[in-house]
Design a binder for this molecule. Structure first.
Ligand code: NCD
Ligand code: ZN
Length: 346
């Protein structure tokens, strides 16, 4: 088999930043995906429907002329998100969810939620109106070991959210552990998870191979090899609860290669090809299309896309760096060879 044709995929978790960085990255995603769930962690965050509407317009304006790419917007939940705002969001035709960042969990999460009780009225309204909750599932606080944060979040937060709102659709985002796979699998159909390409391709050793490797640092951090194996098994399985969400998170080279480097991996340049690389490792493409293009729309209750993309098995090299305002951007697996290439999209 040296060609793959699949329904055009969507990216169910993406950071695009804002002008002028947005213009540098959005063409990469729009070349491959029809739609993407756009993360709201700008500075200041996208808290209100008006912010989301204005941001959406900036994204559309940054697209190449021929592109039909659709940004699916989200709101950033804070301790003060009102029920009215959730009602407005669910009535809009461009907002598809609201994102829970535990305060302090990751990049631009300072305005996030300090205690779940503050957002219970908003979650109640989301359940009632069918708005999806996207969760950055990591427990915070200096006492929690960074490699245990996801499991702790499941045990101390996620279980109770899901129990208290059993019909609230939840996407547990960018999962990194076998614990998260098992949890999602064991719950009802209202909870699903996204998995990034990088968490399918690297384990935590990649951050330290021969020295410190800042371009392999993201949040949640990559875990042990057994966890990567569990994610690969879940992605390639027949479960409808797992789907692609790149968590592609651009940071300029100088902010990554620094004494205190930013968290985030830029995978959007070759996202579909990186996922193909992972399925190639598992030697099983039987559910590639479901994972990339079907399970996500079904969970979000949106139609699947109506065109296809093609990949060819051919070696090609990811560039060492990409253009980025005032600096450059280092893509995931810069300078490395991939085995699959998208062929009908240039
Ligand atoms: C993201 C970012 O840079 O905005 N970083 C990351 O490591 N994934 C934030 C996030 O999704 O945690
Ligand atoms: Zn993210």
């Amino acid at each position: 088999m040296d060609k793959l044709s699949i329904i055009r995929p969507d990216d169910w978790h993406l950071h695009l930043r804002d002008t002028p960085y947005l213009e540098a990255v959005v063409p990469h995603t729009a070349r491959q995906f029809a739609r993407a769930i756009i993360m709201p962690n700008l500075q200041p965050p996208v808290r209100h429907c008006d912010d989301a509407s204005a941001y959406r317009k900036r994204i559309l304006a940054a697209l190449p002329d021929s592109s039909n790419f659709q940004p699916l917007m989200t709101l950033y939940l804070t301790d003060n998100t009102s029920v009215k705002e959730i009602e407005r969001a669910s009535q809009s035709d461009f907002i598809f969810g609201a994102k829970l960042y535990p305060a302090g969990a990751t990049t631009n999460s300072d305005a996030g939620v300090t205690s779940l009780k503050h957002i219970y009225p908003a979650l109640e309204a989301m359940q009632k109106h069918g708005l999806v909750l996207q969760i950055h599932g990591e427990a915070t606080g200096p006492e929690v070991d960074i490699f245990d944060r996801e499991k702790q979040f499941i045990d101390t937060r996620l279980k109770s959210i899901h129990e208290d709102f059993p019909e609230l659709r939840i996407v547990f985002e960018h999962i990194t552990t076998a614990d998260a796979v098992d949890f999602v699998e064991s719950q009802n159909e209202y909870i699903a998870a996204t998995i990034t390409a990088h968490h399918l391709l690297i384990n935590r050793n990649a951050m330290f191979t021969g020295g410190i490797r800042p371009h392999h640092y993201c949040l949640p951090v990559a875990k042990r090899e057994v966890h990567r194996q569990a994610l690969l098994k879940a992605s390639t399985s027949d479960s409808v609860k797992f789907f692609a969400g790149t968590d592609s998170a651009p940071h300029a080279r100088n902010t990554k290669e620094a004494a205190c480097g930013c968290a985030g991996i830029y995978s959007a340049y070759s996202a579909v090809e990186l996922y193909a690389e992972a399925f190639e490792l598992a030697d099983d493409f039987s559910h590639f299309e479901d994972f990339m293009s079907v399970n996500g729309p079904n969970f979000y209750q949106l139609p699947v896309n109506d065109d296809i993309i093609q990949l060819q098995k051919i070696n090609w090299k990811i560039p060492d760096s990409l253009d980025y305002p005032n600096d450059e951007l280092v893509p995931f697996k810069a300078g490395e060879i991939l085995k699959w290439k998208l062929i009908n999209n240039d």
